[in-house]
Design a protein around this ligand. Structure first.
Ligand code: F0G
Length: 457
């Protein structure tokens, strides 16, 4: 099979969804109505939706069959046990707490562990993780290695934690740090993986400081594939074996099953600490639901369980990582500045490099994502100063990078869809000098990127 260059999607299409073709004029009207915020668009007006890889993938025949097995008993549903077994097969934590998605797990955990005066280190917090830490009154600190902040560095594990910085933080703020977090893969840093070696070293630092280590494991299977492909001595191990070692290094995890659960909804919180689990379950019952379903239906639990079995398949992961790199390689060849190496779930365009004439506080990432939608009906997502530039005290500074993420939903688009994306992005990039920035005309105090309204400058 590996003789041939063409990526063969390891599935056939069994059911199709129509894509509505739109014109530039229609899309300009849609943009104006949406306040130039792509989150405000009607998704029917989007042709290729690369806003997120979260919950937007196609479920398999076997997942839809599993949905039919969903048992909706309020307590102790058989579907809960199917889910629990599938989670524990990969992540054998003592306590598993189902939630409706990842941020619900974060909210519960940081309601217990966070609070004013606390500091939570992470390689890089995802936006909802940061928001939940900060909402509790705690401070969220990103300690990714310096290469992780440099879009052009080709370090194979740019999601790694800066061990010295972690040592220093734990030494200086003894007692203030309730937990150390590692996000695998590091989404906000470009979908970059963390090496097993780095995870082991972080574990050792945590042990020395008697500190629990939690994983934000949304894209654990993609991360495990990168370890298998790139890390010395890991090539002959199976993906589940690598995942189980990752789990063995941690004391708990938060998870969004909308990513590597291959499901449209769901998540969980897991841990070994029984006292902590009890506090979390109390909040779960208050906000999500009973302990054997969280915010989920029995059928969702079944779909996730089957998704977890499929996501560790090597045929799937090889296709997944190769097809994302295919987009990156073609854009690179067209001279579009990108974050490298290519992430597992997304390609990140370096809008600050492509639009040097647009100042960070005029939001080059927003400007580029608007142009991709206007020209080609492609919806990407700004990950930059709109998302991260505003601080809890209301001040604003440029984010570390101004990126546009093209996230690839799992098992959803074919190679010709991606060829179209390549053509549109290259066309816009050639004319980047003509793009102007935007200003914010309306915004909310937290997670402003979801609802802000913009006007072109
Ligand atoms: N952690 C990471 C690393 C994530 O990427 C996300 C979601 C979450 C936590 C929260 O999970 O959405 O189920 O509540 N990321 C999506 C994205 C939204 O587009 O990257 P959730």
């Amino acid at each position: 099979m590996h003789r041939w260059r063409t990526i063969v999607e390891p599935f056939r299409i069994h059911s199709v969804e129509p894509i509505r073709m739109t014109t530039v004029e229609e899309r300009e009207a849609a943009l104006e109505a949406a306040g130039y915020n792509l989150f405000n668009l009607h998704a029917d007006d989007v042709m290729i939706d690369l806003l997120t890889d979260s919950g937007t993938g196609a479920m398999s025949r076997d997942q839809w069959a599993a949905v039919q097995h969903g048992d909706e008993s309020y307590a102790g549903s058989p579907s809960w046990y199917v889910f629990l077994d599938a989670v524990r097969e990969l992540f054998p934590f003592e306590h598993v707490i189902p939630t409706h998605q990842g941020r619900a797990a974060e909210k519960i955990l940081f309601s217990v562990l966070g609070g004013p005066g606390k500091i939570v280190p992470n390689n890089t917090h995802f936006d909802t993780t940061r928001a939940n830490v900060e909402f509790s009154g705690a401070e969220a600190v990103d300690l990714v290695i310096p290469e992780g902040r440099d879009p052009s560095s080709t370090h194979p594990f740019k999601g790694n934690m800066d061990l010295q910085a972690l040592e220093r933080l734990l030494g200086e703020h003894r007692g203030a740090v309730p937990v150390v977090f590692m996000t695998i893969t590091n989404n906000s840093g470009g979908g970059q993986p963390v090496s097993l070696e780095n995870l082991r070293a972080v574990r050792a630092v945590c042990d020395a400081h008697r500190m629990p280590l939690f994983l934000d494991a949304c894209r654990f299977a993609e991360n495990a594939w990168f370890i298998k492909a790139r890390e010395a001595g890991q090539g002959d191990r199976s993906v589940p074996e690598i995942v189980r070692e990752i789990a063995s290094l941690a004391d708990g995890m938060t998870m969004s099953a909308k990513k590597d659960g291959l499901a449209n909804i769901g998540g969980w919180l897991a841990m070994n600490d029984g006292a902590l689990a009890e506090q979390c379950r109390n909040i779960l019952i208050l906000t999500e639901g009973f302990v054997t379903y969280g915010g989920l239906a029995g059928r969702d639990l079944e779909a996730i369980a089957q998704g977890l079995r499929e996501v560790v398949s090597e045929d799937y992961l090889r296709y997944r990582i190769r097809s994302t790199a295919y987009l990156g390689e073609a854009l690179d060849a067209a001279g579009v500045p990108l974050v490298k190496p290519f992430g597992g779930h997304a390609i990140y365009l370096d809008a600050r490099a492509l639009l040097p004439h647009v100042a960070p506080l005029e939001y080059p990432g927003q400007s580029l994502s608007i142009a991709l939608y206007r020209e080609g009906g492609i919806r990407g997502c700004e990950i930059g100063t709109v998302m991260f530039g505003r601080h809890p005290d209301g001040t604003e500074t440029p984010a570390a990078m101004d990126l546009v993420r093209l996230a690839i939903p799992r098992r959803t688009y074919t190679q010709s869809h991606i060829d179209y994306v390549i053509e549109v992005v290259a066309w816009v990039a050639e004319r980047a000098a003509q793009l102007r920035g935007v200003r914010i005309v309306e915004q909310s105090p937290v997670l402003r990127h979801f609802t802000a309204r913009f006007a072109p400058l």
